[in-house]
Ligand binder design. Structure first.
Ligand code: SF4
Length: 476
């Protein structure tokens, strides 16, 4: 078919590992419903599995989790099975560690020193393998291949004095990016790693305290933003709705800048910076830096559309829709393995031929990871009559792997791992190619005191590389 291309799902984009949400209410109520709507808003962060755990008595937790999208996993019946309670957590998953099966779905629910506990995790623990080996030698057993189970076991191991001590000590031992919501003894805890790499925001609604990976989940359930959980902060929500905080050691903020580039929804606000504004500003800055003689501007859906608007408004070059993305991503699209990536699991992208035929197009994308998608998109646009394609990218060249839960794990996977702008341009078949400089991306995201991780662009990781490599990726 001339007007469309088929892309293997994983080529279409990079993926975030997970989305999490937790609620504590001063009254017993049907929290599963709110968690469900929150997870729905976080679906872009993970499409492999979904789960909800509800604490309904001090030491009892009911839960349901399965493979699939939120609406596939939870129908009315499943939601009705979950009892009313005062605390609940939920999770959507995309795996970058651990295989894709229901054993690895979250929340992780286990029996510990204080009865049943549950944990939902976003991020990647880089030294989990070393800790796991140590614990197995000490007599612990594990049933899944996910790092989150190691964290749960470690929390329980350290919890002789109190659950809070267990959480704090475990979080001091683990290295990497993490945001947790935890249920224990009917109490909700929320934790953000000492670098604040993964987002976690707190909200409130009618006697409920809510934590979620992104503010769009708070909006979905009409909760008001209170504030972001701070890097290294552990928040305990008491049954009367009051909160207590304590902090981990060695706090040094390095939030993942890729949240603004691609991962988060444009309508979210992270650490008081609007994702929409950051993306729009990137478009503006690109327009000021690269004045290109062209007829139209378009963005690759979805996250680059805002950048394209920023470019168009600043340059005066008309904005058009050049590409249409098929928004249906079903259950069969969610396998992350290389074998699945190269198999027949596909999604479709269409071109708006009448908008682009005979035109010189400025095409803006948020990032180029493997390059295969850009190549196919440019080919598609040419097949549909575009005269020139000048590509602009709203992030710098991705040269280094991410070890923190974003699915670009080796330099070899990256088109920019060993190539410069000119070589990448030739490879993807564009008429010209320019990336936004790192300093401009940082300014668009209101960077202060180097408070962002930008390691995939400059190789400066927020942890010592030797520590990262000592424990990375043994779970398969
Ligand atoms: S390396 Fe890149 S993707 Fe990974 S946490 Fe840092 S900024 Fe985010």
């Amino acid at each position: 078919m001339k007007d469309s291309i088929i892309l293997p799902e994983k080529e279409f984009s990079v993926h975030e590992e997970c989305g999490i949400i937790g609620i504590s209410s001063v009254t017993k109520q049907n929290l599963a419903q709110d968690i469900y709507y929150g997870l729905f808003a976080l679906q872009h962060r993970g499409q492999e599995s979904a789960g909800i755990a509800v604490s309904y008595e001090k030491t009892k937790i009911a839960y349901y989790k399965n493979m699939g999208l939120v609406h596939e996993v939870f129908g009315e019946e499943e939601l009705k099975l979950l009892p009313s309670g005062q605390t609940a957590i939920g999770h959507v998953r995309y795996s970058t560690t651990g295989s894709s099966n229901v054993v690895n779905a979250q929340p992780v629910v286990f029996y510990g020193r204080y009865g049943r506990m549950a944990l939902a995790h976003n991020g990647n623990i880089v030294n989990a393998d070393a800790i796991k080996e140590r614990m197995i030698k000490a007599g612990h057993i594990f049933q899944s291949s996910i790092d989150s189970e190691v964290v749960a076991a470690l929390m329980n191991h350290y919890a002789a004095e109190s659950i809070l001590t267990g959480i704090r000590k475990a979080c001091e031992d683990i290295l990497g990016a993490f945001a947790f919501v935890i249920l224990a003894e009917g109490i909700l805890y929320a934790v953000r790693d000492s670098r604040g790499m993964k987002p976690l925001i707190m909200g409130t609604k009618d006697g409920m305290t809510v934590f979620a990976s992104e503010s769009c989940a708070l909006d979905a359930i009409d909760a008001k933003i209170v504030r972001d959980v701070l890097p290294g902060e552990i928040i305990k929500v008491n049954p009367d709705g009051t909160t207590e905080s304590c902090f981990l050691n060695n706090i040094c903020k390095k939030a993942c800048i890729f949240e603004y580039v691609y991962l988060a929804r444009s309508d979210s606000v992270i650490d008081n910076v609007s994702v929409y504004d950051a993306r729009y500003q990137c478009g503006k800055l690109l327009a000021e830096l690269h004045k290109i003689d062209a007829d139209i501007v378009a963005g690759v859906p979805d996250s680059a559309l805002v950048c394209a608007r920023g470019y168009s408004d600043t340059s005066g070059i008309p904005y058009v829709d050049a590409l249409s993305k098929n928004r249906y991503v079903g259950r069969s699209f969610i396998q992350p393995s290389q074998a699945m990536r190269e198999s027949s699991v596909k999604i479709k992208l269409n071109a708006f031929r009448s908008n682009i035929i005979g035109k010189r197009l400025i095409l803006i994308d948020d990032s180029i990871v493997r390059g295969t998608t850009s190549k196919k998109i440019i080919k598609l646009l040419r097949q549909n009559g575009v005269k020139e394609v000048h590509m602009l990218v709203a992030s710098p060249i991705i040269k280094f792997p991410c070890y923190f839960g974003v699915d670009m794990q080796t330099k070899e996977q990256l088109i920019g791992g060993f190539r410069d702008e000119t070589a990448i341009c030739a490879d993807i078949g564009a008429d010209s190619l320019h990336y936004i400089p790192l300093e401009l991306l940082k300014s668009a995201c209101q960077c202060k005191n180097n408070n962002y991780c930008v390691a995939c662009f400059d190789g400066n990781y927020p942890y010592d590389l030797a520590d990262i490599h000592c424990g990375y990726n043994i779970f398969e």
